[in-house]
Structure formats: structure tokens, C-alpha cells
Ligand binder design. Structure first.
Ligand SMILES: [Zn+2]
Ligand SMILES: [Zn+2]
Length: 490
């Protein structure tokens, strides 16, 4: 078992770090790193992303090579003082190295380029693990002046473990966060006094640093983050009896989950099987997540041994009958690219309807997402607003369903209103946080058409997609960054 205590040479190390800093020529920066790694013959794996706003790395290296690389990065004035997390590993934690320019270091709806990430003052107040711990005690004691505890990760990460007292995130995926937490009646921030203290956390701190600038711009004045994220908390409290983390921590490397004391969760066996099974609902699933072998499903889910046997590693009955599948993984974990499981048969299948169906579905989902987002902001009628509020679930599907429903009562505004809105918009341009909203006036003509379609008693999901398509085209013209890698980073 890996233990942080002993000082023997590690076989490998897992390294994570990030730093927001203005980088003038990020592509040249990437080349500089590449050259330095080659010169030293370092064997590094994982993801190292660089852009105008800084660097984000989750990587592993042979021996102490990863650490040497991180220290080399840190020796540059722009990155000086950044926090570097190091864990001993018995193997590389990633299959290959992706060192490259990335338009957005963190995936967030609308991108992150417009956010003042490199301005420390624009972010939240960082709390040390100790300050965090003390505040968390207040939260759990239900003290009146206790801050609101906000989990800023993906829903499935919460399922594996979370700070005591943290509610499951409304968003299934962090990228939706921009419009979930503050959404009318749905999110934990809806309707709260904007001066109420909010304490937010994520795995390594980067998502909080990004999202806190959004919240600050939305007018929340008392936002705090856990500096260094849960990882930093584990470093100080993970082995203590009074630590306040329940269960495990989802991580984005081959371990998939780790215990507060630093061990990979897979090493804990039966004792750790206390999580909710996706299939039967019992609290008997061990971490980490499984990845459904059905390529078109690809669900990451927690499952108990019984259900795993019964369903042969699939997430549900329907998936066991799918034709576009990968071999079940011997150990829990994520699948690599489908091509790694390539065979003449699977190649044929990949060209077949499975893949294009999935593509179409993905595209449709995006379109619906757009439509939902825009419609949400255009829903001004009380009744439809009420319906939105009524929708209980926080998943995208739920919201879309309620939106389609709500769109029945949407009223197309007349010309005068339109002009007024535009005037309002340009007035408030400076203070607008969301670029999608500030550009919203330009989309109005397109939306009007989309709206008309919805108003003509043709509010089928298909029509909503068609309407959204027009919006999407408009959006493309505005050069919004759409093509980000699919792999999540913290
Ligand atoms: Zn089960
Ligand atoms: Zn499945």
C-alpha cells in the first residue's frame, strides 16, 4: 500500500498543478516545455494544457521526473508559488502525454476567456484547510451565521464522496454550473442574499477559481474557496479522526477514487462498499466508478458486486443487448479510446449506425442545451416561470422537459419591448457577466423565428431542436469556442 509516510523512492508519481497567469505566446510556451522534457528524457504522461490564461496539469512521471518537471515550471516567475500535489504511484496514471495549447483550461458553458482568471482579486477569498475545517464545523452544527456549503463538481463525483453537509450538485456536469446554481428556484443560490457567505470546493481548486469569478461578477460578495481543493484538505486532515470528508474522492486519473488517507480506493476492498448502487439502489457499491461497456451509453456508475455479476458489467438490462460494445474491463476504470479495442468486427460496427447515432444524439443534446438556455432567459411569463421552478430534478433532461412544457405559455414580445430590451442591454453591458446574455440582443431576430415556431402549437422536441439549430448557427458566427476535448479535467 502506498503510504505518504515512508521516504523510499517512488516508482512513479502522480502530479497535479495549475496556475492562472498571463502567457503572451502560449504556443511557444508549449514548445518550450516540450523541448525541456525531451532534453531531459523525462517519461511523462497525462494532460498538460496551456493557454493565454495559464497552465493546468494532471500528469504522472517515472521516478521523480514528474516532480522535477513541475518544479521546473514553478521556477518561472509567472508560475512561482503554485501548489504542486504529489502522490506516489506504482504505475503511470495516464496512458499517454497530451501537452498542448487548449482554448479553455476548464470546460465551462460559454468558455472562460472572458473571465478575469489571472486577476487574483476577482476570485474568491482562499481558505486554508484549517479555516475551511473550522467553517465546516459551523455548517454541520447548523449555526445561524454558517456559510452556505457549495460543491462545485460533477454530480457523479459527489456520489463517491463529499464534505459532510454538502448537497449533491444540481448540475450533472460542472460546465453547466454557470446557469444552474443561481437558476430560479432550482439551484442552492437561488433567492439567497448575495452577501451571505458561500464556501465552495472542488478537487484541486481550479474549478472554484474559475467559478468564483463568475459568482463575484453575478454579485455574490462573500465567496470563499478551499485553497488547493480537497487534495489540500486531505494532506492536512485526511489521516485525522476528526476529518469531515465522507467516503471517497473521485479523481481524474487511473485510480478513479482515493480515500482521504491517500490510498487508492480500490485497495480498500469490501470495507469501502458503502456507496449507492446505480442498479439496485442499495448502499453496497464500492468505489470506483465502472464504465458501461456499451459505447453508446458510456455511463460512469457505481455498482454493487451482485448487480455487476447479474448485468455482466453493464449499467442496465438495455445496455446488455447493445451491439456496439467493448470488452468488460477486468478492473474498474475508464475505457480508453474505442480504437484501442479495435478489431475487424468492431471497426465495421464503428462505421455503422451506432456511432453516427451517438454523434447525432450528442449534437441534438447540444442544440437542446442551447435552446433550453436561451429559452430560460426568455421565459418572462409568470406561469412558465412557475413551471420551471416546479421542475424538481436538476438534470438537463428534467429541465428540457419542463422547458418544452413551459414554452406553451411563452409570449412573443412586440417590437416596442424589443427596442427597450436592447437599450437596457447596452446600458448594462459593462456589468453583464454572461457573454451569452450580453450578445443576446443580437440573437433576437433568430430567436423570434424560433419562438414563432414554438408559439404555433408545434412545440415538439423536434421543433425545439430545429429552432435551436438557428440559434446555434447564430452562435457559431459569434465564434464561440465549441470544440473542446471530451476528457474532463478538474
Ligand atoms: Zn446493486
Ligand atoms: Zn449503459
Amino acid at each position: 500500500m502506498a503510504s505518504g509516510g515512508e521516504e523510499r523512492e517512488p516508482e512513479f508519481q502522480l502530479i497535479t498543478f495549475f496556475r492562472f497567469a498571463a502567457i503572451e505566446d502560449p504556443r511557444a510556451e508549449v514548445e518550450r516545455h516540450r523541448a525541456h522534457i525531451a532534453r531531459n528524457g523525462w517519461e511523462l504522461r497525462g494532460r498538460i494544457y496551456v493557454n493565454e490564461q495559464g497552465i493546468n496539469a494532471q500528469m504522472s512521471g517515472r521516478g521523480r521526473e514528474g516532480e522535477a518537471y513541475a518544479k521546473w515550471v514553478e521556477s518561472d516567475a509567472r508560475f512561482s508559488g503554485m501548489r504542486i500535489s504529489v502522490y506516489p504511484m506504482e504505475e503511470q496514471a495516464h496512458p499517454r502525454l497530451a501537452l498542448r495549447y487548449k482554448p479553455n483550461l476548464v470546460q465551462l458553458e460559454g468558455g472562460t476567456n472572458h473571465l478575469p482568471l489571472t486577476d487574483r482579486e476577482a476570485r474568491a477569498k482562499p481558505l486554508s484547510p484549517k479555516e475551511w475545517h473550522e467553517n465546516l464545523i459551523k455548517v454541520n452544527a447548523g449555526e445561524a451565521d454558517a456559510p452556505l456549503l457549495l460543491d462545485v463538481r460533477n454530480g457523479y463525483e459527489w456520489d463517491v464522496g463529499h464534505f459532510r453537509g454538502a448537497e449533491r450538485p444540481v448540475q450533472e456536469s460542472f460546465r453547466e454550473t454557470v446557469y444552474t446554481n443561481a437558476q430560479d428556484g432550482l439551484g442552492p443560490l437561488a433567492g439567497i442574499d448575495k452577501s451571505k457567505p458561500i464556501m465552495m470546493y472542488c478537487t484541486g481548486g481550479i474549478r472554484c477559481d474559475v467559478y468564483s469569478t463568475v459568482l463575484r461578477e453575478q454579485g455574490y460578495t462573500n465567496v470563499m474557496t478551499l485553497e488547493g481543493g480537497v487534495q489540500a484538505y486531505f494532506d492536512e486532515y485526511g489521516k485525522r479522526g476528526d476529518q469531515l470528508w465522507d467516503d471517497h474522492l473521485f479523481v481524474f486519473d487511473s485510480r478513479l477514487a482515493m480515500a482521504p488517507d491517500g490510498r487508492p480506493s480500490a485497495e480498500l476492498g469490501e470495507d469501502a462498499a458503502t456507496l449507492r448502487c446505480y442498479c439496485c439502489g442499495e448502499n453496497t457499491a464500492p468505489p470506483p466508478h465502472r464504465n458501461c461497456p456499451n459505447v453508446d451509453c458510456n455511463r460512469l456508475f457505481l455498482v454493487c458486486p451482485g448487480c455487476s455479476d447479474k448485468l455482466d458489467g453493464f449499467c442496465c438490462e438495455a445496455c446488455t443487448k447493445a451491439s456496439h460494445i467493448r470488452p468488460s474491463l477486468v478492473n474498474p476504470g475508464r475505457y480508453e479510446k474505442y480504437s484501442n479495442y479495435d478489431s475487424p468486427e468492431s471497426r465495421a460496427a464503428r462505421r455503422g449506425p451506432g456511432r453516427s447515432n451517438r454523434k447525432v444524439r450528442r449534437r441534438q443534446r447540444r442544440k437542446l442545451e442551447l435552446a433550453a438556455y436561451v429559452l430560460e432567459h426568455m421565459t418572462s411569463v409568470d406561469e412558465s416561470r412557475a413551471r420551471l421552478v416546479q421542475s424538481t430534478g436538476g438534470t438537463f433532461a428534467d429541465r428540457t422537459r419542463s422547458l418544452i412544457d413551459a414554452s406553451r405559455t411563452i409570449v412573443v414580445e412586440d417590437e416596442d419591448d424589443d427596442d427597450n430590451d436592447q437599450a437596457d442591454e447596452s446600458d448594462s453591458e459593462e456589468g453583464t457577466i454572461n457573454p451569452a446574455l450580453s450578445r443576446y440582443s443580437k440573437q433576437r431576430a433568430t430567436l423570434r423565428e424560433a419562438y414563432a415556431l414554438l408559439a404555433k402549437d408545434q412545440r415538439t422536441p423536434e421543433n425545439l431542436v430545429e429552432a435551436a439549430e438557428k440559434i446555434a448557427e447564430e452562435r457559431k458566427r459569434m465564434k464561440r469556442s465549441e470544440h473542446e476535448a471530451k476528457t474532463p479535467m478538474m
